[in-house]
Design a protein around this ligand. Structure first.
Ligand code: SAH
Length: 210
């Protein structure tokens, strides 16, 4: 199949770009990215670029997805994962292969519905899509081993720090609108350590729900 060949080319490129985690690369070789973009862009789905998914939002660049997943995994399978900014559901589909269970929160209701539909059409059953503002997400009972934030901001939303389990890993683009770096936040007890990695461009985290 043509899409399978181009997908393998995408994986070869990710390897050249420095992605080392073979489990992440294998997951990205399996998820049909062309089904997550608007049909007019399906032929460009495996290029290393962000593409429109409707509602003025984009699907993240393959490199950003791969690096985020690699940093979130830290070489180990993930138990419970939370994604903020589910968009079309692509990264959630990749995460579904790396984690036992994935919760993804998307503030635009129509996108959340579309993501749910695409994920179920390709047989992904361990992802739950919620329509809400991820900056308001809170829980007294659940904490996540990995949190992946797919939209940028100046600082880490405090509610997400409290949702990270002890020993958990959060990946979030931090910086200004033009200049962000993928940042890994690791939690040890009440201590949060930050490490900055690649330069990336993500849409900003917005408040409220549509
Ligand atoms: N994870 C997607 C990337 C989507 S782009 C992928 O796999 O390609 C980022 C998404 O974050 C957008 O859909 C946007 O609507 C959403 N978003 C922005 N702020 C948010 C918030 N506070 N809570 C939840 N979603 C948010």
């Amino acid at each position: 199949m043509a899409s399978e060949r181009t997908r393998l080319r995408m994986v070869a490129r990710l390897r050249e770009q420095g992605i080392r985690d073979e489990t992440v690369l294998a997951a990205m070789a399996q998820v049909p990215r062309h089904l997550f973009v608007e049909e007019a862009f399906a032929s460009r789905a495996y290029e290393d670029t962000a593409l429109p998914i409707g509602f003025a939002q984009t699907i993240s660049q393959p490199f950003a997805v791969a690096r985020s997943c690699e940093l979130a995994r830290g070489g180990k399978n993930i138990g419970l994962a939370l994604e903020i900014g589910g968009g079309c559901g692509y990264q959630a589909a990749v995460l579904a292969r790396l984690a036992r269970e994935v919760y993804t929160i998307e503030r635009i209701g129509a996108l959340a519905a579309k993501a749910r539909q695409t994920l179920s059409s390709i047989g992904v059953s361990n992802v739950k899509v919620r329509n809400a503002d991820g900056r308001e997400a809170a829980s007294n009972v659940v904490q996540f081993d990995a949190i992946l934030v797919a939209a940028g901001g100046a600082t880490v939303p405090p509610n997400l720090l409290s949702l990270l389990s002890d020993g958990g890993r959060m990946v979030i683009p931090l910086g200004t609108t033009e200049h962000q770096r993928l940042t890994l936040v690791t939690r040890t007890g009440d201590n949060f350590q930050q490490q900055a990695f690649d330069e990336v461009v993500f849409v900003p985290l917005k408040s409220g729900q549509e």
